[in-house]
Design a protein around this ligand. Structure first.
Ligand code: NAD
Length: 328
């Protein structure tokens, strides 16, 4: 029996790298495409193309067959330090929109019916996320649109693009809105890392008895979803009859200072928190999982703490390797 085939765009990234592994475990033949290999783990892909998905000819070359499953995860993105400073807006919008235009059209022309697209909770309106204790991220709250970053506006455009191909060209694309995905083998330094990884790094590096800096007043809230849960939700969505857009996230909302404290407790260190001005995004954000539970019967299984323990263990190992210290 020949194996099923999958294409993972953005396979050198955090989620893409984990997705390739998962699809390989399921027996797929997998092609990955990215500007780069994953820095943190060898790829399991059968074929890995280093290439720029902004180039139409490259995209046509990699979409050279009717793949059974296509996941489009490639995007120009990063954490708050990348998205909210305004310095990368033109690149974020141009690069990610071009990738989506190219990949989707090449799939359509190969008669591939279904592409999974990873949108983001960053597309929700800023005005529904001003109260840290009571954010509204129900799927139907998306319009009138008012995302707080150009990254969010590009996601909104691309969501609509994928769904327009469904309406006009009979495709069956699936759109997920990810809420802060985290876990081992993700970016943990350099400016593109997200809050959980940044927290783990700072706490792994700080000497006992000292303080770490946390951006904002620390009362801003978020929820975080562990990578394995994200893959389960994504794969279920692609293989379901529901096109979305639908949240894939956790409903376990936590303030950023409480997240820092959780990691401090995991580390066993005696560390203080100092809140400093910095880019922080909206005041509150939490996934609303009613729709995905209703349509797919899916909800995350593990508490945040379990995922943070695994992530802290991995990042403190990386810190030790880099700085030649014994792991904690
Ligand atoms: P990531 O940055 O680790 O992965 C994205 C990958 O896309 C990178 O490896 C990058 O090199 C690649 N890429 C960028 N431009 C490219 C180009 N021109 N050609 C080829 N490859 C290119 O990010 P991730 O966390 O794995 O996120 C994957 C997707 O999920 C993204 O679309 C992101 O917007 C979305 N998302 C992620 C989160 C999260 O918390 N991680 C939250 C919401 C949405």
């Amino acid at each position: 029996m020949t194996s099923k085939t999958a294409l993972v765009c953005g396979a050198g990234g955090f989620i893409g790298g984990h997705l390739v592994k998962r699809l390989k475990r399921e027996g797929f033949w997998v092609r990955g495409v990215d500007l780069k290999f994953n820095e943190h783990a060898e790829t399991d892909a059968d074929d890995f193309v280093i290439g720029d998905l902004r180039e139409q000819t490259l995209v046509r070359d990699v979409v050279d067959r009717k793949f059974d499953e296509v996941y489009q995860l490639a995007a120009d993105m990063g954490g708050a330090g990348y998205i909210f400073t305004g310095e990368n807006d033109a690149n974020v919008m141009h690069n990610s929109a071009t990738i989506n235009l190219n990949v989707l059209d090449a799939c359509h022309k190969r008669n591939i019916k279904r592409v999974f697209y990873s949108s983001s909770a960053c597309m929700y309106p800023e005005h529904n996320q001003l109260d840290p204790d009571n954010p509204n991220c129900a799927e139907d709250s998306a319009y009138p649109a008012n995302p707080d970053s150009e990254y969010g506006w590009e996601k909104l455009f691309s969501e609509r693009l994928y769904l327009a191909y469904n309406r006009n060209f009979g495709m069956e694309n699936r759109v997920a809105r990810y809420h802060n995905i985290f876990g081992p083998e993700g970016t943990w330094e350099g400016g593109k890392e997200k809050a959980p990884a940044a927290m783990c790094r700072k706490i792994a590096m700080v000497e006992d008895g000292n303080e770490i800096e946390v951006w904002g007043d620390g009362k801003q809230t978020r929820s975080f979803l562990y990578i394995d849960e994200c893959l389960e939700g994504s794969i279920r969505l692609l293989r379901s009859d529901f096109e979305g857009p639908v949240n894939i996230g956790s409903e376990e909302m936590i303030s950023i200072n409480d997240l820092a404290q959780m990691v401090i407790n995991i580390s066993g260190k005696n560390v203080g928190i100092r809140n400093v001005p910095g880019p922080e995004g909206v005041r509150g954000r939490n996934s609303d999982n009613k729709l995905i539970f209703e349509k797919l019967g899916w909800a995350p299984e593990q508490p945040l703490k379990r995922g943070m323990e695994k992530t802290f263990a991995w990042i403190s190992g990386e810190v030790s390797k880099k700085h030649n210290k014994k792991p904690l």
